[in-house]
Structures are given as C-alpha cells and as structure tokens.
Design a protein around this ligand. Structure first.
Ligand code: B12
Ligand code: SF4
Ligand code: SF4
Length: 398
C-alpha cells in the first residue's frame, strides 16, 4: 500500500509513556495545545479504550523525504515550509491507505477482524507505539529515528483484535550526540527527549493562534510553516534516501491509474467519509512561499491555493503573522509597501506583527508610516506593538 516500514507491538497499555505525558502537561510543557489534555493521554495510552478486545498494534511508516527547497521561483523574499508539508495533506492519504490495507487483509485472511487506525490527529501516541514496536528509537529531539529512513517518516497504526507476534524494541540510541539540542534556535529541546511546546517553531508557526513572543521572533528566521532544523542536523538523517515516489502527487495519480478501490467503512471501523484526495488543480509542491504574496492574500485565494494541503492548518491570519516575522528577519526594504498596507488593513494580529517587521527594517518612510498608524490605531495590542517598534526604532535604526 506504499508504506515503507512495518512492525508489530502488543496492545498492552503504554504505562511509562502515559506517566511522562501527564507529567509534561502538569509541568506546562504542552502549554498552547489545549486539545492535548489528560483525557486524551489516558485514552491514547490504553489500546483497550480505543478498540475493546485489542490484541496487537501494526505500526506503519511512510517516507516523505524529498530533496530541494525551490527558492528560485520568486523574486520577492520567500519563507520556508517544513518538509512534511510540501505535498498533500498526509492524514487523508495515509488513512485511505490504512483502510484499504485493512480491507485487503480481511479478504486475504477471510476474517472479519476488528480494527481502528490512527495517524497524527487521533489520541494514539504515535511515537510511543513506533518505539515499542522497534520501528525506530526516540531521538533526543523526540522524533522517532528509523535505522534506514531516519526521522523523515509519518507514523500510523492499525489497532486490531488479531493476535500477531510482537516485534522487539530496538537497542539503538543517539549515544553522545547532542547536535539537535545545540542547533535548535529557540532552545525548545530543554533536555534530551523533552520539548517545551511553547518554544518550538513548529508550534509557534502552525498551532499557535496568538502572537509570537517578541523574544522568539528573531530566532524563527524565515520559517513560516513548521521547522526542520533539529532533523536537518541529525546525522542519522543524512544517510536517509529520498522517497522513490513523489508520494504526495504521483501516488494519487497511481491510485487513479490502478483504479484502487477504497471500500466504504463498516463494522468496528472509524466512521470517516471517503475523502476525495485528488485535486488536480492543486498538485504542485510547496517548499517555500512568496512572503509578499502571502501578505496580500484574501481569504478566498488562501483557501483555493492551499486546499488539500497541511498549510490550511495555520489559518490565513496565522500565516500572514508568520510572513511578517520572516520579513522582519530578512529586513528587505522591498517588503515595505506590503507591510505598510498590512499595518492598515490586516487583522489586529497581522497589524501588530507588521509593525514589528517595519521596526526591524527602518528608514524614514517607515518611521512616518508607524507614527501615522499610531494616530489611527484603535486596538491596544497593536498600539503596544507600534510603540515597541518606535522605541526600538529610535535606538537602533534611524
Ligand atoms: C503534539 C505534537 C507536536 C507538538 C510537540 C509537542 C510535544 N512535546 O510533543 C509540536 C506542534 C511542537 C510538534 C512538532 C513537530 N511534529 Co508533531 N506531533 C504531535 C503529536 C500530535 C503528539 C505528540 C505527543 O504525544 N507528545 C507528548 C510527548 C510527551 O511525547 P514525546 O515528546 O514523544 O515524549 C516521549 C519521549 O520524550 C519519551 N521519553 C521520555 N523520556 C525519555 C528518555 C529516554 C532515554 C527515551 C529513549 C525516551 C524518553 O517518552 C515520551 C512519551 O512517549 C504527534 C502525533 C501523535 N498523535 O502522536 C505528532 C508527531 C509527533 N509530529 C510529527 C512531526 C513530523 C513533527 C515535526 C517534525 C513537524 C515540523 N517539521 O514542523 C515537528 C518536530 C518537533 C520535535 N522536535 O518534536 C510526527 C513525528 C514523526 C517521527 N518520525 O517521529 C508525528 C508522530 C505525527 C505523525 N503521525 O507522523 N508536534
Ligand atoms: S522543530 Fe525547530 S524549534 Fe522545534 S525543537 Fe526542532 S529545531 Fe527546535
Ligand atoms: S541529532 Fe543526534 S541527538 Fe539529535 S536525534 Fe539525531 S542522533 Fe539523536
């Protein structure tokens, strides 16, 4: 079904992972993700809760590594998109494949076994299952490192009442390496195997619906959707081969060519609608984005442009906020007209971050624009941002 790795673990409770996750919530290290709560952890670490009678978990991995970020297309400044989001929304593709996999297995075994499947958005702790099955080991950046494909893999599981022989966890570890910890620009890996969610650029640019803390903005550089730094520096990843198929589009086309049947859900299965994963109008890969285009994007254009991609998750306002931060970090005067426009017509979150970016760029025109905006602005948060930009301006840029 296009998966690259498969291992099996038992359906025993994940007691240790549960305790670690609950402590993380208690310690405030999952702050900013209100949906990652105690009841989710309790459910996700008890396979019997997910599927009464569960005996085994089939752990799957799909390679998403692709080479080459396209910087050349735009003459405007661009921002970087994390690799996992270069193509189609993987949730739909992988769930479709897992469903077909289960159906195929049912036909092969002649057995109506029960199954539920998960990838990312369910309560299952994907990395805990992958680690116990020996699919890979926990890296110090908390990602699962597979021996052959590194961490460039999506993880999914089929929980089933089939009795399957479990595989054993790997004995591998990161050894004395700490490259990811040293390279993380925001210090989000606060200790080996521990991420402070609120510091991680992935969280700040995708899940975060509010402002990006001032002190972290310069560290974000030009990442506008996710972050790959702790994976890019990982020596295990340097040996990983790119996916032989451009899975995000060629596999969709391949499915169509082969007329792959996607059976309707039934019995114990999760009841999700059969998604139309193919969207021929929107099959380009998105590795970087034109920051000025983003700032000027209407809601309608945004939805059309990113339909069927993970980028929709950040919402238009969030992406425009991120574009302002990247433009401020690039400090390119070519962005001044678009940022000035955003300072006036954007949503408050965007207006505030546009003020910050303009403050970083500097120049007389910007000074006047910020002062004018200060006179006309009614939102307190934006006024505070303008005030800070002007203060910094006086000291550094003028
Ligand atoms: C929440 C979440 C996030 C949060 C992370 C917050 C956090 N601390 O987990 C944010 C938004 C920041 C995020 C970012 C990313 N994510 Co994410 N995320 C998730 C999600 C939904 C839940 C993760 C979770 O359970 N966290 C809870 C904490 C407690 O778990 P943990 O960090 O893994 O902690 C374990 C280890 O610390 C271990 N442990 C503790 N002490 C010790 C000691 C030793 C010695 C050892 C060996 C282990 C160990 O035990 C803990 C419990 O299992 C999963 C999908 C899912 N349903 O599982 C995807 C998932 C983890 N994300 C994924 C990806 C791809 C990413 C990004 C790479 C995306 C990007 N490029 O921007 C980044 C990577 C950032 C990073 N370095 O982890 C993939 C990871 C694939 C892989 N190969 O591991 C997943 C599995 C989605 C998927 N199905 O493919 N993510
Ligand atoms: S994804 Fe980026 S910010 Fe998050 S832990 Fe890794 S390097 Fe740090
Ligand atoms: S960079 Fe080093 S410490 Fe970090 S995950 Fe990779 S091997 Fe482990």
């Amino acid at each position: 079904m296009g998966f690259d790795l498969v291992r099996v673990t038992s359906a025993q409770e994940f007691n240790e992972d549960r305790n670690v996750a609950l402590k993380r919530i208690d310690d405030g290290l999952m702050d900013g993700l209100p949906w990652f709560n105690e009841s989710r952890v309790l459910r996700g670490t008890s396979p019997q809760e997910l599927l009464p009678g569960a005996r085994s978990i089939i752990c799957l991995a799909l390679n998403y590594l692709e080479e080459g970020q396209d910087f050349g297309k735009s003459t405007n400044p661009t921002g970087k998109v994390a690799r996992y989001a270069w193509g189609r929304d993987y949730h739909k593709l992988i769930k479709k494949r897992m469903r077909a996999y289960v159906e195929g297995l049912r036909i092969k075994l002649g057995n109506e076994f029960a199954a539920r499947w998960y990838v990312d958005d369910g309560p299952m702790m994907d990395r805990a299952a992958a680690s116990r099955s020996g699919l890979g080991w926990f890296g110090k950046n908390t990602n699962i490192l597979t021996p052959t494909l590194g961490s460039w893999v999506f993880l999914g599981q089929v929980v089933t009442d089939l009795e399957l022989e479990p595989d054993q966890p790997l004995k591998k570890t990161c050894g004395s390496c700490v490259r990811c910890i040293d390279a993380c620009p925001t210090g989000a890996i606060i200790a080996p195997y521990v991420i402070d969610n609120a510091l991680c650029i992935s969280h700040l640019t995708i899940e975060n619906r509010g402002e990006i803390p001032l002190a972290l903005r310069p560290q974000i550089g030009d990442w506008i959707f996710g972050c790959d730094i702790c994976q890019d520096v990982c020596p295990v990843n340097h040996k990983a081969p790119p996916s032989p198929t451009l899975w995000y589009k060629d596999q969709v086309r391949q499915d169509q060519r082969e007329g792959m049947e996607v059976p309707e859900p039934h019995g114990e299965q999760q009841g999700f609608a059969v998604e139309q994963v193919s969207n021929p109008a929107n099959q380009e890969r998105i590795t970087t984005l034109d920051l000025i285009d983003l700032l000027e994007m209407t809601e309608e254009t945004y939805r059309l442009r990113f339909r069927g991609t993970p980028i929709l998750r950040a919402k238009r306002v969030g992406l425009q906020r991120n574009a302002c931060v990247a433009l401020g970090n690039k400090s390119d005067t070519v962005a001044v007209p678009a940022l000035r426009q955003a300072l006036v017509v954007g949503e408050p979150l965007v207006r505030g971050h546009a003020a910050w970016a303009l403050g970083r760029i500097g120049g007389t025109e910007v000074w006047d624009a910020l002062n004018q905006a200060q006179d006309n602005e009614g939102d307190e948060g934006v006024l505070a941002e303008i005030g800070q930009a002007l203060t910094g301006f006086n000291l550094n840029n003028r």
